[in-house]
Design a protein around this ligand. Structure first.
Ligand code: NAD
Length: 499
């Protein structure tokens, strides 16, 4: 059995806490590795190494720091197949989807190559007689991030690339479900030229997270995961005086107007609803057709597409649409929620309950489910299922459909499918959701924009990647200087104002 490590101060180190978690191959259900769960002492060791390395790294000029990112991009391309294979083996997603996971992270690394430009401060020449005023963006010091299982390459890179290029040291606490790719990324960053201690990986669970939250040296914490944990980390981290941003769960609605292209809408729904087995924070989990006729036309197109979905292990290459879910517990939770849907009166129009894959009976596969006649009070509507289960809520009018998306506690992503520009513009302007797609089902912004939801999908002020990441990982210092005349007039006792 493979024993995974931490990556501290430039080397792989074995866990010393004596606690481990099982890492599964979700396609076979076998335990393929054990990952060490760090205690406070191990975290303290990483923090000390980070604190030692960070000042010299911050003193490296931004252009040279950016060159490390350039080299890192090359290495990601070189090792793409290896990374994707390791990712699929632990997560279960298909190989093309695993490559997408790496590439969406890589794109943020590419954005970070612009650091010399992005870190430029502001300057006001002659703000007063002999007075110049300027601001600089300085790194925070030691920063940390806690990441979820569903994007083990992308989300770590969304955090550590901007943090490091801004001159910080970064400690990553990845998900204990799929920790191999984060360890590989740390090795590649070292190969790209990041000094020892600048990117470290400390594996673990709540104990490691609490060690981060209560450490006095760590200045900021980024978190992506479920909403209850996001709330806990945001509250605790802020109370400890840290800068914190937390991104939580989702329930993303897609509204289908009567004038939508139904073929296009149905294709969008199968991809966005069932891709990655629904384990995406931007998955569409609620379809809202407007009007019964629209609903009937949509389902006529959608049902055969859902029934035709190919579910299988990543080793089948391009021949599968989605793989298993991450753990047996995740599978059991999805099955429980499906049963509540049936019990509470929703109509199961595609029943994936008896899905069975020959040769993979112990894998965590879940068949595709499609519900119709779902209502607001049902558990399958209120809860984030995080599985291949799409709910259809029939709305009578556009206002009712908009109201559904607006009243839901989550506000990560949403989409509208229509041929009418006026409706689309109205939706984009009014909906209280952070990322909106118009005839685009998974509106994940590109690296140079920012990513973030609203409502219970986010805790904190700044989004991930894009310009917001450079704000999150730096603080502004503003300098007022007077040269060369000095103070000749005697003391000034009232606050200076510019006339
Ligand atoms: P999770 O909340 O279970 O775990 C996330 C991280 O928190 C992991 O590193 C885990 O070790 C740690 N953790 C778990 N329990 C903890 C506890 N009690 N105290 C402290 N730390 C704890 O989430 P997950 O199952 O890994 O990921 C799926 C969730 O992430 C979904 O809710 C999904 O919507 C969300 N997600 C959100 C975004 C976004 O940008 N909004 C992106 C991806 C995933």
């Amino acid at each position: 059995m493979q024993e995974l490590t931490h990556y501290i101060d430039g080397e792989h180190v074995k866990g010393t806490s004596g606690r481990f978690a099982d890492v599964y191959n979700p396609a076979t259900g076998e335990v393929q590795a054990k990952v060490p769960l760090a205690n406070g002492d191990e975290m303290a060791r990483a923090v000390a190494a980070a604190a030692k390395a960070q000042p010299a790294w911050a003193a490296v000029n931004p252009q040279r720091r950016a060159r490390v990112m350039m080299a890192f991009v090359q290495l990601l391309h070189r090792d793409m197949d290896k990374l994707a294979e390791a990712l699929s083996r632990e997560h279960g997603k298909t190989l093309p989807d695993a490559k997408g996971d790496v590439i969406r992270g890589l794109e943020v690394v590419e954005y970070c190559i612009g650091a010399p430009h992005l870190l430029k401060g502001e300057f006001t020449d002659s703000a007063g007689p002999g007075i110049d005023m300027y601001s600089m963006r300085q790194p925070l010091g030691v920063t940390a991030g806690i990441t979820p299982f569903n994007f083990p390459a992308m989300i770590p890179m969304w955090m550590f690339a901007p943090a490091i290029v801004c001159g910080n040291a970064f400690i990553l606490k990845p998900s204990e479900r799929d920790p191999s790719v984060p360890l590989m990324l740390a090795e590649l960053m070292a190969e790209a030229g990041a000094p020892k201690g600048i990117l470290q990986v400390v594996n673990g669970d709540k104990e490691a997270v609490d060690a981060i939250l209560y450490d006095d040296t760590i200045q900021s914490v980024g978190f992506v995961g479920s909403t209850p944990i996001a709330e806990y980390i945001y509250g605790t981290g802020c109370a400890q005086g840290k800068r914190v941003q937390c991104f939580g769960g989702a329930k993303n609605h897609m509204i289908i107007m009567p004038d939508a292209d139904m073929e296009q809408a149905a294709d969008a729904l199968v991809g966005a609803g069932y891709g990655a087995a629904g384990e995406r924070c931007m998955a569409i989990s609620v379809a809202v057709p407007v009007g019964d006729d629209t609903a009937d036309r949509l389902l006529e197109k959608l049902v055969p597409k859902v029934e035709a979905l190919k579910v299988g292990p990543y080793t089948s290459g391009n021949d599968v649409d989605y793989g298993p879910v991450v753990t047996a517990a995740a599978k059991a939770n999805i099955e429980r929620l499906v049963q509540t849907g049936i019990d509470q009166g929703a109509k199961l129009v595609v029943d994936g309950r008896n899905f069975n894959l020959q040769g993979y009976e112990d894998g965590f596969f879940v068949g595709a489910h499609l519900f119709d006649n779902v209502t607001k009070d049902m558990d399958i509507y209120k809860t984030e299922i995080f599985g291949p289960v799409l709910s259809t809520v029939r709305a009578k009018t556009y206002e009712e459909a908009l109201g559904l998306a607006m009243d839901h506690e989550y506000g990560n992503g949403t989409a509208i499918f229509t041929r009418d520009g006026d409706t689309a513009r109205d939706f984009a302007a009014r909906v209280n959701v952070g990322m909106v797609g118009i005839n685009v089902p998974i509106p994940v912004p590109l690296a140079y924009h920012t990513f973030g939801g609203w409502k219970k999908s986010v805790f904190g002020d700044l989004n991930q990647h894009g310009p917001d990441a450079f704000k999150f990982y730096t603080r502004t210092k503003t300098i007022t200087s007077r040269w060369p005349s000095g103070i000749k007039e005697g003391g000034e006792f009232s606050i200076p104002v510019m006339e």
